[in-house]
Design a binder for this molecule. Structure first.
Ligand SMILES: [Zn+2]
Ligand SMILES: [Zn+2]
Length: 255
């Protein structure tokens, strides 16, 4: 819901610590490929426009979607201005989505995807089916299936980093895809159990099992204050925060 959460005046929602202000979760990956900078997003939530402005984003080359919930897709329309520059290069922005997410995108953004769509300024984007392994501009994105309540959704691994948001259960086969990680970004909503999200305690347990060098927790609700929560976490597990940025290895390439 974002922090401050609308209508709430709890200690975290009224905190003056900038780390306690949280827009809806999403990440941006940026790298050089064949002499060009490439920018790939995972999810475009309702705060995408604000995040793009804050981070002076000037292009997007592709988007990978984890699932079709509002807090992960409602910024899609704001790809429009960026997609116009891609379209001037003769292209459209690929949106990688699993079948369930694709169906949601087509329904919610009917004016963009319907064959009958006539609105001339719709985003220049196209949906690409998501396979277990997708090569985008020389970087392999491995799909990591996780459960979000009863729904199977997608996490991603790229090089030695994995991004798993909205997780309530990690299947054994997926743990097997999470070896040798430098970083894992894992969602942890709050301390109180939730039917479709992990608690901090569950996420810490998975983080320790995955054994990445460092774990960042994301998708954090207003029950968790940044400083007080971090003070109780193991040394290599920390709450992520808006505009957190770090360098990662993106693997040996793909074609
Ligand atoms: Zn969700
Ligand atoms: Zn979510």
């Amino acid at each position: 819901m974002g922090v401050p959460t609308l209508g709430c005046s709890c200690a975290v929602c009224t905190s003056t610590d900038p780390h306690d202000r949280r827009l809806r979760p999403s990440i941006l990956l940026q790298w050089q490929h064949e002499g060009r900078e490439r920018v790939v997003l995972i999810d475009t939530g309702p705060d995408f426009r604000a995040q793009a402005l804050q981070n002076r984003l000037t292009r997007v080359d592709a988007v990978f979607y984890t699932h079709g919930h509002a807090d992960h897709i409602f910024g899609l329309d704001d790809l429009r201005p960026l997609s116009f520059s891609v379209s001037r290069e003769g292209d459209r922005i690929p949106l990688y989505a699993a079948p369930e997410t694709e169906e949601t995108l087509r329904r919610v953004y009917d004016y963009t995807f319907s064959p009958q769509a006539t609105y001339p300024n719709r985003p220049r984007v196209h949906i690409e089916p998501l396979s277990d392994s997708t090569c985008a501009f020389g970087v392999e994105f491995r799909r990591i299936p996780v459960l979000h309540g009863h729904q199977q959704i997608c996490g991603f691994r790229f090089g030695s980093t994995a991004y798993l948001t909205d997780v309530s259960h990690i299947p054994e086969e997926s743990f097997a895809l999470l070896g040798d990680l430098d970083y894992v970004v894992l969602s942890a909503l709050r301390h109180k159990p939730h039917p479709s999200h992990a608690t901090v305690e569950q996420a810490v347990g998975w983080a320790q099992r995955i054994g990445a060098k460092h774990t960042w927790l994301t998708h954090i609700a207003h029950e968790l204050g940044h400083e007080e929560t971090n003070a109780k976490l193991p040394e290599n597990i920390r709450l992520a925060h808006d505009q957190l940025s770090f360098e990662i290895g993106l693997g040996d390439g793909c074609a």
